[in-house]
Write a protein that binds this ligand. Structure first.
Ligand SMILES: [Zn+2]
Length: 444
């Protein structure tokens, strides 16, 4: 099926030259972008099945959210103002009591919010892999599903208690990979997601990396998230978290590290040396009181850094526009330097650099001929979007996800005029609210 996005006021391409095209049309065929240019010059021979008017709109590449936990949207606003270690404890307790139905509601809420706000690709790290795979891809999103592997838990005095065997965890991941990787017409990828220190032992990190590389899967883990975990890691293993990842052979160009807030200089060097990527989650890191990721240092060392919302229990928004603004602001504030993290760089992190961080830059992250048609449209006849000649700035500093009115993945329209197609949103939200409220009341 061919689709035409006609006469778009501004197309923010994020191509190599970072061109912004005026009054431009985009022709999509079979899920791919086949032509970009003035309407009068487009491939006129092709029969078009659907036309979307772009006159008062800006087109951007669909945003890429490189770290999250979708089930947490069922616990939004429940565990505010709690630091990381007790937060992990209360989260684990709540999650252990959540029914399958409630987990599904969380997943649906997350992807509704993401798609509405122009996020077309997400990295979701979850233990309930079968549920996420059953619920999210049918909603139309592109998804990297990182299956959580965990074999230890932290007990007082920085001891670690074994909760599962390394072999069982690695075998489980292999089975998930076979079942889900490269399915849903290529929209679903499966990665190994050992959750990270202290919930993953060095043996698990070593074995999961080896097995993932043997079968060609990529790897995602948490590293140096809180200010407490590097201390625990030093006490337990005599080194910092990223040093431990190097020690066990985990680091590599196929690795995405979430957070990386508390990094020593040597750890920045190691991430760069092994060409691993980083998922920067500025709101979550701020809200849990962790500090600020040294993003500017990572970028100077050519580390691909993408932006992630993280779960709704620690952010609590899933809006990537908020994350872009946060990412820009906190670097400027902490470095007392208005020149760092310009809007262009931040926009790159949410699109093309995010695509690089997850190894998909040949497929998504920019509006260019040959790429998949993952595109978001934003209405620009609004006071906060004027003048539209400064659109990159507005996208980072002024926009919110609520400005997005259209989102498509693989050329398939998923959100149109602010409505998620194929879903009765009102009745779902009413049911979700009822079920979550009931769950929270039962915990009293
Ligand atoms: Zn996380």
């Amino acid at each position: 099926l061919a689709l035409l996005l006609k006469d778009i006021h501004r197309v923010v391409t994020m191509d190599k030259q970072r061109r912004i095209l005026e009054d431009t049309s985009i022709l999509v065929d079979n899920g791919a972008i086949v032509d970009v240019g003035p309407y009068s010059e487009l491939l006129r021979t092709r029969k078009v099945d659907e036309v979307i008017e772009g006159k008062d709109r800006v087109a951007i590449p669909g945003l890429i959210d490189v770290h999250g936990h979708s089930t947490q949207s069922a616990l939004r606003g429940v565990f505010d103002e709690i630091p990381l270690m007790p937060w992990l404890t209360v989260m684990a307790e709540a999650e252990s009591r959540m029914s399958e139905e409630l987990l599904k509601i969380g997943i649906q809420l997350s992807f509704m919010e993401k798609l509405h706000s122009g996020v077309t690709t997400s990295v979701d790290m979850e233990g309930c892999v079968d549920l996420v795979a059953a619920v999210a891809p049918p909603m139309g999103t592109r998804l990297v599903l990182a299956g959580i592997l965990s074999d230890t838990e932290e007990v007082p005095y920085s001891g670690l208690k074994r909760t599962s065997s390394v072999d069982d965890e690695v075998k489980k991941a292999g089975t998930w990979y076979e079942k889900y990787n490269s399915t849903c017409d290529g929209r679903l990828s499966f990665w190994f997601g050992p959750v990270g220190f202290p919930a993953s032992s060095p043996e698990l990190l070593r074995a999961s990396a080896a097995e993932a590389r043997r079968i060609g899967a990529r790897l995602h883990t948490h590293a140096a998230e809180g200010w407490i975990t590097p201390e625990l890691c030093k006490r337990k293993h005599g080194m910092r978290e990223v040093e431990l990842l190097e020690e066990v052979g985990f680091l590599g160009p196929d690795v995405l590290l979430a957070h990386c807030v508390q990094l020593a200089k040597r750890e920045v060097y190691l991430i760069s040396k092994y060409r691993s990527a980083v998922a920067h989650c500025p709101s979550s890191n701020s809200k849990l009181g962790h500090g600020v990721t040294p993003v500017t240092q990572l970028l100077w060392q050519s580390v691909p850094v993408g932006i992630g919302t993280d779960g709704a229990a620690s952010n609590n928004s899933q809006d990537m526009f908020v994350e872009m603004k946060m990412a820009a602001m906190i670097q400027k504030a902490i470095l007392r330097n208005a020149c760092v993290m310009p809007a262009r760089t931040v926009l790159e992190m949410a699109t093309i650099r995010g695509a690089e961080a997850i190894g998909m830059a040949d497929k998504i992250g920019s509006i260019e001929v040959g790429k998949r048609a993952d595109i978001a449209l934003i209405g620009c006849r609004k006071p906060h979007m004027i003048p539209t000649s400064r659109i990159e700035s507005h996208l980072v500093y002024n926009c919110s996800g609520r400005d997005v009115d259209t989102a498509m993945v693989d050329g398939k329209t998923i959100v149109r005029e602010g409505r998620l197609l194929g879903m009765d949103e009102e009745s779902f939200l009413e049911r979700a609210n009822g079920k979550i409220t009931e769950f929270l009341e039962s915990r009293r």
